[in-house]
Each structure stands twice: as structure tokens, then as C-alpha cells.
Design a protein around this ligand. Structure first.
Ligand code: ZN
Ligand code: ZN
Length: 271
């Protein structure tokens, strides 16, 4: 995938570029960040079901596995962040957290019957089961449409380069946002808030905020922590398509503060 993606730079066209640009947002921003992560994994808001299913298809085209396996993997990450058995912690090195873990055998995530226990809510839904079982085909179908519409340059930019780009953006949340950045909250892991990862991933780089408040639909909590995905969820709410947005309470925030970020004289997390 990486080698074919490189060939994109020998076949540039504006049509190919804009295909790449729109699809990286649709698959990475809407499919993975908004749907796979904030909606399906954490249920941080409710979405009109037909739109949940449509965005699941956008997510599956990011080629990061089917929704049930993705959600199971991510829930395991939160259950054991930076502990032994975290599927992708940088305590084993940057490259392991970034992409090395994908090439390793993990018996808990090896087959459907093993990993579905971590996403029983999705495993009950026939639509999610079907998409999970057929996840590899949607990218191929998209590729055929793109070829008929614009030939090889559009396929190389819209499928290969776009997939590799979104892969690395997602993987940076697992690697860079557990290594570089600042910590606002005293979480038991090494998660950080990282502005450039947030920029690349529609707000996912505010990862220390996320580890502190798993169910929050909003990841960027300070005024400078721009979170395009939360803005999109707010827009969907205004349109009547999303509801029940989860947000951290003032009490939860007070309990979770990193001791170093508290005003002098106050102590950290209560016993
Ligand atoms: Zn998460
Ligand atoms: Zn994390």
C-alpha cells in the first residue's frame, strides 16, 4: 500500500487531489473519528440509526478493519492503557504503538468469537455483523467507481494515498499522543494532549482529555483545543440528527486534574 501510494506524486491532477482531500475527511474524520471512535466505541452521543450505518460504511472504507474488531481493540486499549496487554502502548516503543502491533499475533483479537465479547452491543446488530464480516470489499467497490470516474490517478490518490494518510493519522493517536504533548488530567496512563495530532485527526489528539473522560463527545476542552469532530456533532444535533451528548461535569473535572496544573495550595485527585 505504501509503495503504490508513493506513485501518486508522479500522477498529480487536481481532480485526484480533491478526491483524496474529500475522502480523507469522509473516511478519517467522519468514518473513524466521529463514528467508529466517539459513537460506536464510547457511545458519547446518539445518532439517527440510518446515519450511524452510513457513517459505519465510511469508516470501513478507511481499511482499519470492520467496526466490531476496531471497537473491541480500542476498548481493550482503554481497559489497559499503557499496561501489559494494551494492544498498542508506546511503552514498547514508538514504532510498536504506531504500526508494529498490527503485524503481531494477538490471540484476544485473532478471531471473531474471541473479540466479539469486547463489543457485544455491536455484535447483536445484524448490520454491524455483516459489515464486519465483509469489511475488505467496500474499498474495492469504491476503487472500481473511482476508476470508472477518473482512471488510475484518481484511484491512486483516492484509495492508496488516502488510505495510507488516514492510517498514519489514526496511528499517531496511539503513538504520538501517548508520548509527546501536555497532560491536563491525572490519568493512570501516559496519554497526552497534542495539537498537531489533533489537527491531523479532527480533534483526536486531545487524547489526555479523552482518557480522562472516556464518554465525552467533546475531546478539545480548553478554548484553544479546537475539536472539529465535536463541532460536527453539534451541527448534527442542531439538525436534529444527534442527541444525548455526554460531557464531563465540573465535579468530574475537579477530581481528575493533574496535581501540577492545580493552583498552589490545592491537592490532586481525592482519595
Ligand atoms: Zn477512545
Ligand atoms: Zn490512548
Amino acid at each position: 500500500m505504501h509503495l503504490v501510494a508513493l506513485s501518486a506524486f508522479w500522477m498529480f491532477s487536481w481532480k485526484a487531489f480533491w478526491t483524496f482531500f474529500v475522502l480523507q475527511w469522509v473516511t478519517g474524520g467522519l468514518g473513524i473519528t466521529l463514528c467508529y471512535h466517539r459513537l460506536l466505541t464510547h457511545r458519547s452521543f446518539k445518532l439517527w440509526k440510518p446515519l450511524e450505518y452510513f457513517l459505519t460504511l465510511c469508516g470501513v472504507i478507511a481499511y482499519q478493519n470492520g467496526p466490531i474488531k476496531w471497537v473491541a481493540t480500542h476498548r481493550l486499549h482503554h481497559a489497559r492503557s499503557d499496561q501489559p496487554n494494551d494492544p498498542h502502548s508506546p511503552t514498547a516503543g514508538f514504532w510498536w504503538a504506531h504500526m508494529g502491533w498490527l503485524f503481531a499475533f494477538n490471540e484476544e483479537l485473532d478471531n471473531y468469537d474471541r473479540y466479539k465479547v469486547y463489543a457485544p452491543d455491536l455484535a447483536r446488530d445484524p448490520f454491524h455483523r455483516f459489515v464486519n464480516a465483509t469489511h475488505g470489499w467496500y474499498q474495492v467497490i469504491l476503487g472500481i467507481f473511482l476508476y470508472l470516474w477518473g482512471g488510475w490517478p484518481v484511484v491512486i490518490w483516492g484509495v492508496f494515498l488516502r488510505t495510507v494518510f488516514v492510517w498514519h493519522c489514526t496511528w499517531l493517536v496511539n503513538s504520538a499522543s501517548h508520548i509527546w504533548g501536555y497532560r491536563t488530567w491525572a490519568t493512570s496512563d501516559q496519554s497526552t494532549n497534542n495539537w498537531w495530532v489533533a489537527f491531523l485527526t479532527y480533534g483526536e489528539g486531545w487524547h489526555n482529555n479523552h482518557h480522562a473522560f472516556l464518554r465525552s463527545a467533546r475531546h478539545g476542552l480548553a478554548w484553544w483545543e479546537i475539536d472539529l469532530t465535536y463541532m460536527t456533532i453539534r451541527l448534527l444535533t442542531a439538525l436534529g440528527l444527534a442527541s444525548h451528548l455526554q460531557l464531563p461535569s465540573a465535579q468530574q473535572k475537579a477530581r481528575a486534574r493533574e496535581p501540577a496544573s492545580l493552583p498552589v495550595g490545592q491537592t490532586g485527585v481525592a482519595a
